[in-house]
Design a binder for this molecule. Structure first.
Ligand SMILES: Nc1ncnc2c1ncn2[C@@H]1O[C@H](COP(=O)(O)OP(=O)(O)OP(=O)(O)O)[C@@H](O)[C@H]1O
Ligand SMILES: [Mg+2]
Length: 499
């Protein structure tokens, strides 16, 4: 039998004396798409960072085609034809696509001057092969996040690559962009390139992966062919055996009599939000459904004062409010947890605690001092409920895993206890166990009288959490559905697609 392309054996890794990888074995064959799954903080990114020379393993060996290799840095990874697309973007927004791709190793001409033409031509070639429509001369910062991702892939493929690692590549892609990515993956696979694919999205895994390996608390718990394992078993392996599968809708009671807490009338903003009207009552959870690009996030941004409102009015408890900036919105009792939490909302050099209490500092003041006992208590509470994996609450946010960083941003806004809370894709990047917890917390907040708007592209999640669902199509609200009247995901899907 052929030797596997890659074999990682007995990999262990400690951070500050804590074992985050425990004797992990991982094998990858040529042309295989291999999913790496596990809860937030399970060790997925760390294992892959060991493979790419970002970190060194404390124990264990790496073999490529049967030969033992040492990967000390990015150069060693490159020499072994390994590329990685990191969970945190590595592009420089002020540079062009071509400049980013050839950063630090631009083709130089005889006298050592940057040979721009060559890198542009080469970039064009790579993009063409990927069938992606981007101009190499475009400034990355001006492109949508989806294009950032494509640029990252092009960058990885600009080296000769045999193993391509993708760490949650779709968390910021639209559905259409995800389809494009999957096409690219299939193409690469046909060319014999092997892909290690990290994701929390179960549907994706079963769509494109051949094999799946699951880590839990730094240990490998399973490796299976995808067609020989079902979703239930995968979930069980990820969370251990204590999953509370309360991903179900619960009927809730609140009053829709009297004045709504928030009323949006004929709101128009930019080109994406057109004449939208709705009401939100105290204690209500309003879901917003629509295809990607339908204007869901833009609606949230307009209400929160990020994007200017061209027409229409916002009433809070019956009183008209002019919201021209996020601080106007905060003063009016509104909070927005944005979709791109990786770029917004978290101060990486601050600790878990400092980040969590940031919006409530004024409430924690005791005279001129901060009530640290209370601050610690609040932070501990959220760390426990959201199962944020950290040694202690004083750990710097940048040392936490990607998903755990996401959870801190959620904790931060939930702790703030706003009157009106808008959550844009609250469970992106968050593992399956914490999803249920987040849904429960949203319900609890609503039970305590808060009014909540949830935007989500995961219909199952939207159906579980919403009391009422507003369907948006091309910037307009086309339907309002009472949750009680929706019997299946299919009904909602039809409403969204408009047929
Ligand atoms: N540089 C570091 N210093 C200290 N601890 C770290 C460091 N990098 C990662 N860790 C810890 O190692 C553990 C594994 O993190 P890792 O990023 O590999 O998780 P992950 O499986 O990728 O999770 P996610 O799904 O949230 O991205 C976490 O507990 C994390 O806090
Ligand atoms: Mg990770």
């Amino acid at each position: 039998m052929d030797k596997p392309l890659l074999s990682m054996k007995g990999i262990s890794k400690y951070f500050n004396g804590i074992k985050v990888l425990d004797s992990v074995d991982f094998t990858l064959n040529k042309g295989e798409v291999h999913a790496l799954m596990g809860g937030n903080g399970a060790g997925k990114s760390t294992l892959m960072k060991i493979l790419t020379g970002v970190y060194q393993a404390d124990e264990g060996e790496i073999y490529i085609e049967g030969n033992k290799v040492t990967i000390k840095d990015a150069n060693d990874a490159k020499n072994n034809y390994i590329s990685m697309i990191f969970q945190e973007f590595s592009l420089i927004p002020s540079l062009t696509v071509a400049e980013n791709i050839f950063l630090a190793r631009e083709p130089k001409n005889a006298i050592g001057i940057l040979n721009d033409k060559k890198s542009i031509a080469r970039t064009r070639e790579i993009l063409k092969e990927m069938e992606i429509d981007i101009n190499p001369k475009d400034i990355v910062g001006d492109l949508g996040v989806g294009y950032w991702q494509m640029t990252e892939i092009a960058k990885a493929l600009s080296h000769e690559t045999k193993i391509l690692i993708m760490d949650e590549p779709t968390s910021s892609l639209t559905e259409k962009e995800t389809d494009v990515l999957f096409k690219i993956i299939n193409k690469l696979k046909k060319k014999g390139i092997s892909i290690i694919y990290i994701s929390h999205r179960m549907d994706e895994i079963f769509r494109i992966c051949d094999k799946i390996t699951i880590l839990r608390d730094g240990k490998k718990v399973a490796t299976e062919q995808c067609n020989q394992i079902d979703m239930e078993t995968v979930i069980q392996h990820i969370v251990g055996d204590d999953l509370d599968k309360s991903f179900e809708w619960k009927e809730r009671y609140y009053s829709t009599e009297g004045t709504p807490v928030l009323e949006v009338k004929n709101l128009t903003s930019g080109s994406k939000v057109k004449d939208i009207s709705f009401q939100l009552y105290s204690g209500e959870i309003l879901g917003i459904a629509g295809l990607m690009g339908s204007g869901r996030s833009e609606l949230a941004r307009a209400i929160f004062g990020i994007d200017p409102i061209n027409k229409g009015e916002i009433y809070i408890k019956g009183k008209k409010h002019t919201i021209k900036s996020p601080s106007d919105a905060v003063n009016a009792g509104i909070a927005l947890i944005p979709e791109d939490r990786r770029l917004q909302g978290l101060i990486l050099d601050y600790s878990v605690k400092e980040n969590t209490i940031l919006p409530i500092l004024s409430k924690l003041k005791k005279g001129i001092f901060i009530d640290h006992r209370k601050a610690n208590m609040i932070t501990e509470k959220f760390v426990k409920r959201l199962n944020i994996k950290t040694d202690h609450i004083f750990k710097t946010a940048k040392l936490l895993s990607g998903g755990n960083q996401q959870k801190i941003v959620l904790a931060k806004w939930l702790a703030n206890d706003p009157e009106i809370l808008i959550l844009d894709e609250p469970t992106i990047g968050v593992d399956i166990g914490a999803k249920t917890e987040i849904i429960d917390i949203i319900r609890e907040l609503a039970d305590s009288g808060k009014s909540i708007i949830v935007i989500s592209s995961e219909l199952q999640e939207l159906l579980a959490v919403s009391d009422r669902i507003l369907v948006i199509h091309e910037g307009r609200n086309v339907k309002e559905l009472k949750r009680k009247e929706i019997h299946s995901e299919e009904v909602l899907q039809h409403a969204i697609q408009g047929h």
